[in-house]
Design a protein around this ligand. Structure first.
Ligand code: FES
Length: 105
């Protein structure tokens, strides 16, 4: 069960244990000041935008073109950090990942 370290929109830190097979969207929408995930993971709203630390970003599977297109349409897009939480699967490979919830648009 991987552990993820999250800084929420208010700047508070959370340490979450997450089941493999979920996406990062599920735990992040349960915390206070987390993500909205309005489209429920359909890669069409960008309200699950997070900034992954660069060292962890490099370890994640690459973004698909539709994820990148949506992220680039946001005001706070950061190349090399921005991901949609709904498009990142939770596996043992991301145990210890550090991320921050992006500002509300
Ligand atoms: S939940 Fe809508 S794009 Fe991720």
């Amino acid at each position: 069960m991987p552990t993820i370290f999250v800084t929420d929109r208010a700047g508070s830190q959370h340490t979450l244990k997450v089941d493999n097979g979920l996406t990062l969207m599920e735990p992040l929408r349960e915390i206070d000041n987390g993500i909205e995930a309005l489209c429920g993971g359909m890669c069409s709203c960008a309200t699950c935008h997070v900034f992954v630390t660069p060292e962890w970003y490099a370890k994640l599977p690459a973004r698909h073109s539709d994820e990148l297109e949506l992220l680039e349409s946001t005001e706070c897009f950061r190349d090399g950090e921005s991901r949609l939480a709904c498009q990142v699967k939770v596996t043992d490979a991301i145990d210890g990942i550090k991320l921050t919830v992006a500002p509300e648009e």
